[in-house]
Design a protein around this ligand. Sequence first.
Ligand code: GLA
Length: 370
Amino acid sequence: MHRFKSLAIIGAIFLPLTFLGADMTLKQAYQDHFHIGAALGHRVVEERGETLALVARQFNSVTAENAMKWRSMQPEENRHTPEQADLLVSFGTANDMYVVGHVLFWHNQTPAWVFEDENGEPASREILLKRMRERVRYVAERYRGRVHAWDVVNEAFMGDGSLRDSKWTQILGDDFIEQAFRIAGEELPADVALLYNDYSMTANGRRNAVVAMVRDLKQKGIRIDGIGMQGHWALNSPSIADIERSILAFAATGVEVHITELDIDVLPRHPRMWGADADTQLRLQQDPALNPYTDGLPDEKQEELAQRYAEIFGLFLKHSDKIKRVTFWGPNDANTWLNTWPIRGRTSHPLLFDRQNNPKPAFHAVISLP
Ligand code: GLA
């Protein structure tokens, strides 16, 4: 009798723990709310190692970090190099994932030939529009039924809401975004979500410009299905209130919200990091004060990161009826662009899994919320 009683007590303690515990994965915990994604660099996909196994276990959505950008897929007009993109898409398909195409049209990582004619002069509007359509046709055909969303345009607005000056606007004019979505809508199947993606989407100017852009496209009968908020955030900014304001504003236009490139930078920021000349960059790279966690993240920082992630995911859950997907920009701390940006050679810790793929306190905070 006595023994049974204590067994029952032990059972009562351990059952819920196993149930909630070590075996629960992110994608299971969030399956009734939104997809949980990771961006993957090509090395991780090609290696087929532990990190890829972790991604298959924990996540149900993938984005190529670089492999589907124009420069990766078509470095010259008559040379298509889709092998890396193909491998990523095959991985996603094999694991029944929501696969995101990133990105059709961006001012970065687009090869120069796209914007030039055969004499090296700026291409005409007609040539550029034709090349854009050919690119969309190519991916539409190649990944039919396997890629579920595309970032059609990336980062076309400035923080104040003005259009970014780029080759796109110089050649096409102010209707660049409209032309891009018109072409995507005509060439991609209706069940592929067409997204506009950008960073600092909590800034007033950019938020209002994006909302106006969505309304304008819809009014013209041009399809746009979602807004991607990149989510390259820090420990104390942007505020939860500002993130919420943007989620609500975008959802109110009738599109899905995607959190597309989430990471929380815990390293110190220096005002000269951005756009500094080579000498300054080098000096900053060698400054140990800017790279304080080379031996791992101390407990109190782990807690701070966990707390920040808990607040952010609490907000996402509150609005999960508006949010289609939350994608981390990398699978683990070993594979994050923040190890090289804005200055090279730092040891960054922005994600839920550490360099050995172990779950961090932030993982436990996120997975225990739903
Ligand atoms: C932007 C792009 C991403 C990536 C990051 C830096 O956010 O959308 O594709 O290039 O910059 O890694």
